[in-house]
Write a protein that binds this ligand. Sequence first.
Ligand code: GLN
Length: 204
Amino acid sequence: MSTNNPVIGVLALQGDVREHLIALAAADALARPVRRAEELAEVDALVIPGGESTTMSKLALLFGVMDPLRERVAAGMPVYGTCAGMIMLADKILDGRDDQETVGGIDMTVRRNAFGRQNESFESAIPFQGLGDEPVNGVFIRAPWVESVGEGVQVLAEVPAADGPDSRIVAVRQGNLLATSFHPELTGDHRVHAYFVAMVENAH
Ligand code: GLN
């Protein structure tokens, strides 16, 4: 592994893998799909795409990558999870399936399909801390929200809530781990991927 020219994997068990490979390439990163533990060992960082977290969890166990993933996260590998990928990075989930496991790593509780009850899919202009004045276009598809975070977690973006608290957390960072409820890989705006690539380049 080298940090000069880091290689970023995209977990390719299920979900919108291709869109992330394209967005990472557009953010000047070397990117490749990762399905097996041997492939995971060869990358410096990983994106966990959007898709269906229950299926992704099952396949990660079946392909034998769940434990290697947990070990790499514990060892400090940078990981960015979008939507289902955010769920995979949560230490705790609500409204998951009984047998659903996560990789974990971010001290947060994430509620699956949380916006679904109000609004299955929607787009929203979201100010994103660290990305300047221009908001990102948040594309939400049966998206989770972050119900609560621990002390070490930085909140990077929130959206106004339809009910309950004033806002809902939709982007967080804890150390080398980044997660968004929404899908920047679908918008053609690669600033969030560039933010992650910078995280990878600065990781040690
Ligand atoms: N609802 C999905 C899940 O629980 C996530 C949706 C998405 O990734 N677009 O995994």
